[in-house]
Design a protein around this ligand. Structure first.
Ligand SMILES: *[C@@H]1O[C@H](CO)[C@@H](O)[C@H](O)[C@H]1NC(C)=O
Ligand SMILES: *[C@@H]1O[C@H](CO)[C@@H](O)[C@H](O)[C@H]1NC(C)=O
Ligand SMILES: *[C@@H]1O[C@H](CO)[C@@H](O)[C@H](O)[C@H]1NC(C)=O
Ligand SMILES: *[C@@H]1O[C@H](CO)[C@@H](O)[C@H](O)[C@H]1NC(C)=O
Ligand SMILES: *[C@@H]1O[C@H](CO)[C@@H](O)[C@H](O)[C@H]1NC(C)=O
Ligand SMILES: *[C@@H]1O[C@H](CO)[C@@H](O)[C@H](O)[C@H]1NC(C)=O
Ligand SMILES: *[C@@H]1O[C@H](CO)[C@@H](O)[C@H](O)[C@H]1NC(C)=O
Ligand SMILES: *[C@@H]1O[C@H](CO)[C@@H](O)[C@H](O)[C@H]1NC(C)=O
Ligand SMILES: *[C@@H]1O[C@H](CO)[C@@H](O)[C@H](O)[C@H]1NC(C)=O
Ligand SMILES: [Zn+2]
Length: 389
């Protein structure tokens, strides 16, 4: 990977010649704000080096491989030692990290003793002391709006669209993607979205040893912290694959477990057709109209995975807006005003969001990161002129 020096002594003549050659120029790939302005997906997806995260790569497992606690990571070791006594040892790992159920022979699918989501979408743990998973939102006619598997390098068009709609969402980020695309992760934060964790390497969590499952969560949180300055307090299991053993690890780390109630199946394109995904979106809208969500709202599984999934999100946003009364980040739907461990960042509660006050605010002296589409700045200015009640 290489750094492209910009605005830092690049001879004017070289820029001029590059212009003549039609090459990309004047792109700042060193800041969130610069990166957010690139519009060509191929340029967005050209790797760059961001020293604050690149210099930390040695403190993380290899990108997209199943995490294990690093031998010299004393902080992770201390954390694991402090929680491991609370993790059940009578729930065995299930199957393989790639989702194969080879080896799962004696699990009773009928009684589902471990509340294994993958079998019957169980969200009510059987192990005492664990909160229920979040799979819906309590507010009527409300969509908990969330996208998995980012940050995707080519997400600027999608995030520009969301900003143009003054729309925030929850983003379940894969730690490995955050380390590859840290400025894209910063953009989510700068735009006021709610950042949540989606493991380090996106494998089936119930297949892993408890210590490796801990490491998957730990390093995804660390990656988000290194890139954005904040530490999420919620996560979503890849493929929904969670059981009471994995829930207890997440719970010990202060993470609430978020799944979903409806699947857009956008992730399965092109195995399934665009029309099939469109039908899923349309059925959700039809169900809202039919009154299905008049007493409580819902969460649909959708992705920041590639151009198709993001284009579907853009295409269906207005239809969802017309059908639902509210489309909000999941934490907002739960009045979760403190989405991160760092207490100096607060998120709107539901009524504030509904009244148009969207985005994450810093209650500290200054935002950690400036830039992006700047709901932060808009919020600060609006506050100064007393627009908020
Ligand atoms: C741990 O070891 C790796 C090399 O394996 C190194 O890159 C990293 O800086 C070390 N981290 C700490 C905290 O010592
Ligand atoms: C998962 O990995 C195992 C062992 O490498 C392999 O036998 C199996 O075919 C893989 N399954 C899938 C679904 O990729
Ligand atoms: C699963 O548990 C039920 C209820 O205890 C029992 O009737 C059934 O035989 C069990 N199935 C297997 C495959 O053990
Ligand atoms: C819509 O409601 C029907 C009937 O309850 C249900 O079978 C279907 O899964 C729902 N579809 C979506 C996308 O919500
Ligand atoms: C991001 O989206 C682009 C455009 O669809 C796609 O080519 C790329 O593979 C995606 N990257 C990741 C890491 O998913
Ligand atoms: C999808 O790709 C096309 C072609 O590169 C691009 O114009 C469009 O903005 C992309 N859409 C999204 C939502 O990323
Ligand atoms: C969130 O706050 C609203 C009032 O603004 C209230 O009606 C709602 O019950 C609260 N939701 C939760 C989950 O606490
Ligand atoms: C939401 O925030 C407003 C403004 O701070 C506050 O008046 C209201 O009580 C809050 N609602 C809930 C449910 O916390
Ligand atoms: C927020 O708190 C963290 C420590 O929890 C600190 O590193 C950061 O500088 C603070 N940011 C602001 C804007 O106050
Ligand atoms: Zn995923």
């Amino acid at each position: 990977m290489r750094t492209i020096p910009l605005f830092t002594g690049v001879p004017v003549r070289a820029l001029f010649l590059a212009c003549l050659a039609g090459a990309a120029v004047a792109q700042d790939r060193t800041t969130e704000k610069g990166e957010a302005q690139i519009t060509d997906p191929n340029q967005e997806c050209t790797p760059y080096t961001y020293p604050p995260t690149a210099s930390q790569l040695g403190n993380f497992p290899p990108i997209f491989t199943v995490a294990s606690v690093l031998a010299n990571d004393s902080e992770a070791i201390a954390m694991w030692n402090s929680i491991s006594g609370k993790i059940p040892t009578n729930i065995e790992p299930k199957g393989l990290p790639n989702g194969s159920t080879i080896g799962v022979t004696n699990y009773n699918d009928t009684t589902d003793p471990d509340c294994w989501w993958t079998i019957h979408q169980c969200t009510t743990p059987k192990l005492a002391g664990l909160p229920n998973d979040i799979s819906v939102v309590p507010e009527p006619r409300t969509l908990g709006y969330a996208f998995d598997d980012g940050p995707n390098c080519s997400h600027n068009a999608f995030y520009d669209f969301l900003a143009s709609q003054n729309q925030q969402a929850t983003f379940f980020y894969i730690g490995s993607n955050v380390m590859l695309w840290p400025l894209e992760a910063q953009r989510a934060f700068a735009d006021g979205h709610e950042i949540s964790a989606h493991t380090w390497s996106h494998h089936y969590m119930t297949s892993l040893s408890s210590e490796d499952a801990f490491a998957e969560l730990w390093y995804s949180l660390k990656a988000i912290k290194v890139a954005t300055g904040v530490t999420p307090t919620s996560w979503r299991p890849p493929y929904g694959d969670v059981d009471d053993r994995i829930r207890s690890i997440a719970n010990a780390l202060g993470l609430s477990t978020v799944v979903w109630a409806v699947d857009s199946r956008d992730w399965d394109f092109p195995t399934i057709t665009q029309q099939a995904v469109d039908t899923d979106y349309q059925n959700l809208i039809n169900n809202v109209t039919a009154g299905t969500y008049n007493t409580q709202g819902t969460i649909m599984l959708t992705h920041e995975l590639n151009n198709f999934t993001m284009s579907e999100a853009v295409k269906w946003h207005s239809g969802l807006m017309s059908a639902f009364s509210h489309i909000v980040p999941i934490g907002v739907a739960y009045n979760k005003t403190q989405p991160y461990l760092e207490t100096n960042f607060t998120q709107s509660n539901f009524s504030q969001y509904a009244a148009g006050q969207v985005g994450i605010k810093s209650s500290g002296a200054a935002p950690l990161i400036f830039g992006g589409m700047a709901p932060l700045l808009v919020a600060s200015v609006a506050m100064l002129v007393g627009l908020f009640l």
